[in-house]
Design a protein around this ligand. Sequence first.
Ligand SMILES: [Zn+2]
Length: 413
Amino acid sequence: MDPRSRLQEQLLRDRERIITFVRDLVRIPSENPPGDTTELYAFVADFLRKQGLDFETIAPVPEWPNLVASFDGGRGGKHLVLNGHLDIFPAGDRSRWSMDPYAGEVRDNRLYGRGVSDMKAGTAASILTYLYLSRIRESLPGKLTLTLVSDEETGGVWGTKYLLENHPGTLGDCVLNGEPSTPRTIRFGEKGPLWINVELQTPGGHGAYTHQSPNAIKRGARLVRELETLTELPFEIPADVNEKIEAARSALDEVLGFGATDVVKSITLNIGVINGGDKVNMIAADCHLEVDLRAPVGVPAKRLLSEFERVLNKYEGASYTIAGGHDANVCDPNHQMVRILADNAQSVRDVRPYPAISIGGTDCRFWRERGIPAYVYGPTPYGMGAPDEHVTLDDLLGTVHVHALSAYDYLMG
Ligand SMILES: [Zn+2]
C-alpha cells in the first residue's frame, strides 16, 4: 500500500483517538485574557515528546509560550508551515452555558467547550498533521513546520508576529491554518479593521443655558451619522478577488447569514462604545466614541484613516487616537494549495469549498503581508465567543483529515 493510502487508513482508524485528543485540549482552559497558556502548552509538549518529536519553545513572554517543530526529509522541495493558536476567548458567564465549558462534553455528535471552534479543533488538526506526516518523513520531500502560538486573540505581537520577525525558519513557502472557515469555504484573505477612539470636548454648562455651550454628546451623535458616509466611499476590489468573492456568494451567505458577501465587499462602520456627560441638567462637556471601521480588499487602511480625518476635522474640539488596525490582506486564490484543499474536502467530506474572504481576522495575515500565501480551512464555529460553543464531530474529523492529506499532497506535488 502506498504511503498516502496508509495515511488515509490510519486517519479512519484513529477516529476515537482524534476526538479524545481534541477533548483533552478543551479540558485545559487557556483563556485570553489573561492568556496564560502554560498548562495547555505543557500538555501539547508532553504529547509531542511521547511521540518522540523534538520542538523548540519560544517564549518572549513566559506565560505565553510558542512552539516550533520542524522536520525535513533532506530531499529538497517545498516548505509548508502549519499554524494554530492555543489561547481562546474567556468562557464568560457560566450560568448561560448548558454544560461545563471545560468538560469536553460530546452530545449528539457535537463536541462542546469554550475554544473548541476557535480554534482547538483546528490547532489539533495542525498538531496531528505534523505527527502523522512525521511518521512517514522518509518518503516525503520538502519540509514541514508546526507553529503553535499563545497570543492570537489579543493581537499576535508575542505570537506569530514575533516568530516571523525573529525565527525566519517559520516563514515557509505556504501556510495552512485551521481557524473556523466552515466546510463550504477556504479563506484566502481578510478584511482590515481600523479602530479609533474619539474624544469630543465642549465648555459645557448648566442644562437650561443651552446658548452658552455646544453639547458634546449631540455633537457626537452628529459625528456618528456623518461617519456613516465613509461606508459609501467609492473603491474597486481587484478583479480576480472579486470574481472569487462572487463565486462563493451563496456558500458564504448560507454559512454566515444572508448579506455576509455584501459585508465582505463593503466598508462597514460599528460604534462599539459611547459615553459622556455627567448629569441630566448639565450640558455634556465630553463625549467618548469607539469607532470600528472595516475595510475590504481594495481600500488601504491609510486611505480610510484620511477619509475619517476629513470628517472629524469638521468637528471643533474633536481629537482621536488609533486603537488598532491593519490593511485588508489577500493571497493567491488560484494557488496549488487551494486546489489541493478543495479536492481533499470534496473526497473526504463530499463538499467542495469555495475560496472566500473572511470578515474577521486570523494570524494568516502576518504571512500574507510578507507575500507568503496562507490558507484557512476549518470547522463551522457554532457559538463562537458565546455560550455552548461547539463543533460537529464531522467537522472536527473532516478538518484533521483534510489538513493531513493536503499537507501530504502539497509536499509531494
Ligand atoms: Zn482564532
